[in-house]
Design a protein around this ligand. Structure first.
Ligand code: CTP
Length: 406
């Protein structure tokens, strides 16, 4: 996808072994459609060469405030003026201290100080040894930087190049990319809480077998990601799927429809929006055997079914949903007559908005097309990657919400 199309990012590298990850991050920015200008400190150049970063960004790298390639000899001014963001990755403990003090004796900190602070955000991806990360001086500096308007992207945990294990590693390039893409998205759901159900449910017959539905969970996970990008606090209630949790999203894993109902009812109590994308099994085996049902020569077992709760309809009938404090969105996976089925389902479930799709056109795929049905009528969202559709759907939901009370 072109998640950063039209964006210009200044990528600053400071001294740390995590510079090797900055190469991958630079590539990620370019793949997502951004133009990238790399600026490196002398210490960064001890870890990775300008040649590598020039090759990956497709632009000459800057490293000195005395660089005469700029006609006015002011790279510290020129380099930030067109930037949509300055990302320092890795950001060393020393560089944070320099930023705190507004130091201006080398190009990168000088450029950060000289950036138009209202319009060019500064994002920091710290990288350091765990003791340095835990030191009060680092925490003091981070608090000051946050107060001065910088965004600190957090750190990872685990094995460190020094041989120690703990917090302070730079986040992985894919994690940073997801966070930076999210940072640059519009924020129509800022201050809202969103709950999403996703994936299938699994209804056990015995400890070995059960019945389930077709669902990769991709659409629901994309909606959770898009809602987080839009500024919401997101809880994702997921059936058994193999999808990575979107960054910054709280995930609750469940198996059965009844577990999904319990987790959802708990989560929606504080929510503003509920989006039900889960392919919930309508029925479950009425009896669940404690042990594996064996072939005993008497032929296959007869399975009786009990009906599962309708999670969406249950939530939609709650007081908060009826008073429109909780905005409910349903999905309908149909195999034919999409419009008529979607309209009937919206009315039956008592929800303001329903997104219909044709099951065969979406199962397991990375793209989909949706038909939105609400009180006013219908709106087609043409075939597109699921994340793009999710972003459009989130914008449509945000547009329909009552303004936040002061
Ligand atoms: N849904 C739910 N709980 C259920 C069944 C469905 O929350 N037990 C939600 C789904 O997450 C989706 C919507 O209801 O948002 C419609 O699901 P779908 O399976 O298309 O509809 P059903 O209610 O099962 O109706 P039918 O089987 O008649 O198509």
């Amino acid at each position: 996808m072109d998640d950063l199309a039209g964006k210009h990012i200044v990528l600053g590298l400071t001294g740390g072994i995590a510079c090797y990850k900055a190469a991958e991050l630079c590539r990620g920015f370019v793949k997502e459609g951004a133009t990238v200008q790399v600026v490196m400190t002398d210490a960064a150049a001890q870890f990775i060469t300008q040649v590598t970063m020039q090759a990956l960004s497709g632009r000459p790298v800057f490293g000195s405030q005395w660089d005469a390639r700029e006609a006015n000899n002011m790279p510290h001014i020129n380099l930030s003026r067109e930037a949509d963001a300055i990302v320092i990755a890795p950001c060393s403990a020393d560089f944070m201290a320099r930023l705190v003090h507004g130091r201006a004796d080398e190009l990168l900190s000088l450029m950060c100080l000289a950036r138009p602070i209202e319009r060019v955000p500064l994002l920091l991806a710290p990288a350091m040894n765990r003791e340095m990360w835990a030191h009060p001086a680092t925490h003091r500096n981070m608090a000051q930087l946050a107060q001065d308007g910088a965004t600190i992207l957090g750190v990872g945990s685990g094995f460190q190049a020094c041989g120690e294990t703990g917090d302070g590693r730079m986040l992985e390039p894919a994690e940073l990319l997801e966070d930076i893409v999210a940072f640059l998205q519009p924020k129509p759901l800022r201050g809202r809480r969103v709950v999403v159900t996703a994936g299938p449910t699994f209804e056990a017959m015995d400890p070995i077998r059960g019945i389930t539905n077709h669902s990769s969970g991709k659409m629901g996970f994309a909606i959770a990601r898009a809602a987080r990008e839009a500024g919401a606090e997101v809880t994702l209630v997921a059936g058994p799927v193999h999808q990575p949790t979107p960054r910054g999203v709280r995930r609750i894993d469940v198996q059965s429809a009844r577990q999904m109902l319990d987790a959802t009812v708990g989560a929606v109590a504080q929510a503003d929006v509920f989006v039900a994308t889960a392919a919930v099994a309508d029925w479950r085996p009425a009896m669940q055997s404690e042990h594996k049902i064996k072939k005993d020569g008497s032929g296959p077992p007869t399975v009786a079914f009990a009906e599962n709760p309708d999670i969406l309809a249950t939530v939609a009938q709650s007081d908060r949903a009826r008073s429109r404090e909780l905005f409910c969105v349903g999905f309908a996976a149909e195999t034919r007559d999409l419009l008529a089925n979607a309209q009937a389902k919206r009315a039956r479930k008592g929800i303001p908005l329903l997104a219909g799709n044709i099951g065969q056109l979406t199962f397991g795929q990375d793209d989909n097309q949706l038909l939105l049905v609400d009180e006013q009528g219908t709106q087609e969202l043409p075939r597109a990657p699921k994340l793009q559709l999710a972003r459009t759907l989130v914008a449509e939901i945000a547009r329909r919400l009552a303004p936040v009370r002061p």
